[in-house]
Design a protein around this ligand. Structure first.
Ligand SMILES: Cc1cc2nc3c(=O)[nH]c(=O)nc-3n(C[C@H](O)[C@H](O)[C@H](O)COP(=O)(O)O)c2cc1C
Length: 306
């Protein structure tokens, strides 16, 4: 890691109940004050950010436990709506976390807004039934994500890379879609690009699969619609997806690099993320370059990571 930049100051102390972190990289002139990670609001908000609770659309707000965490409180007009001021703390927590990452010397942050995480819960019309300014049409459902990105950008300054991971599917439902067509997807990614996203990471199970009934994958569409660089991912040099792997099926190496390289050369997307194949082959880039056969990935390899 790098030495923290001179413009970034962070104090860490413990009050016996946990770490307190005062992040002070916020840009001068910003309207928000810097926050404290140790505050109860921030702790609660951080817990939302790492959990993946998705509430079925049929669930009413009144049926939800009052103190449930990791849950977007749904509203169908029956009350129980979480007031906006409640999740101002969540937005601030994202900013503080990014600020802390910068202060610790990391080179950038990637915010998880894909398949079921908090940001995605706001984006999807099946989980976001709010009737306030954070719910409604696709533009209003994007507001929470945009405010998170704005907050992060205000905290880390203009030159610190901020990547946002999105998907158009759910881990619990592969056929679910945030956006049915490129116009709806543009309504999500354009405001987010404007809010300060430097690059989008588009989660797919198989990178070669097209989106919106076209041959272009989601990374290609997102680059085209947002004007930002994109990262593609999914079963690169593998014969099956993460989902099949989790069902206990093996994953043999498969040389499916040709469409990937063609896409990179055409500028369809800019970067490539490799998951399981890299766990099985830590020297993956060298194997690609030299044409060396890949080692198959198996679930048991995860035990070697801890
Ligand atoms: C061990 C492991 C843990 C993962 N954990 C997460 C996770 O917490 N959240 C997530 O969105 N994706 C997670 N993924 C999915 C990867 O980010 C990636 O999208 C997926 O593995 C597809 O890439 P691959 O086909 O090259 O493996 C995980 C993947 C692996 C192998």
């Amino acid at each position: 890691m790098k030495t923290p930049p001179a413009s970034t100051a962070m104090t860490l102390s413990t009050d016996g109940g946990g770490w307190l972190s005062k992040c002070t990289t916020r840009e001068p002139g910003s309207s928000h004050s810097s926050g404290t990670l140790g505050s109860s609001a921030s702790r609660r908000s951080t817990a939302w950010g790492v959990s993946m609770t998705v509430v079925p659309a049929a669930t009413t707000a009144s049926a939800l436990p009052a103190s449930s965490e990791g849950t977007v409180y749904l509203s169908n007009g029956s009350g129980g709506q979480r007031p906006s001021t409640k999740f101002a703390g969540a937005i601030e927590a994202y900013g503080n976390a990014a600020c802390t990452a910068k202060a610790l010397g990391f080179d950038g942050v990637e915010i998880h807004g894909a398949h079921g995480y908090l940001i995605d819960q706001f984006l999807w019309d099946q989980t976001n039934l709010r009737e306030d300014e954070y719910g409604g049409d696709i533009g209003r459902r994007t507001r929470f994500a945009a405010e998170v990105i704005q907050e992060i950008r205000a905290n880390v300054g203009p030159d610190f890379p901020v990547v946002l991971r999105l998907s158009n599917w759910k881990q619990q439902n592969y056929s679910a879609r945030l956006a049915a067509n490129p116009e709806e997807w543009a309504a999500i990614v354009r405001p987010l690009a404007g809010a300060g996203v430097d690059a989008f990471h588009l989660s797919q199970r198989r990178y070669w699969e097209g989106e919106f009934g076209t041959k272009a994958n989601l990374a290609t569409w997102t680059k085209k619609l947002s004007g930002k660089p994109t990262i593609t991912v999914g079963s690169i040099t593998l014969d099956n997806s993460m989902a099949e792997m989790m069902r206990g099926q093996g994953s043999l190496p498969e040389n499916n690099l040709a469409p990937l390289l063609a896409g990179l050369e055409r500028g369809d997307f800019d970067l490539v993320a490799v998951g399981r194949a890299l766990i099985a082959n830590p020297d993956w880039p060298h194997r690609v370059r030299n044409g060396t056969p890949f080692v198959p990935y198996s679930l048991s390899m995860l035990q070697t990571l801890v």
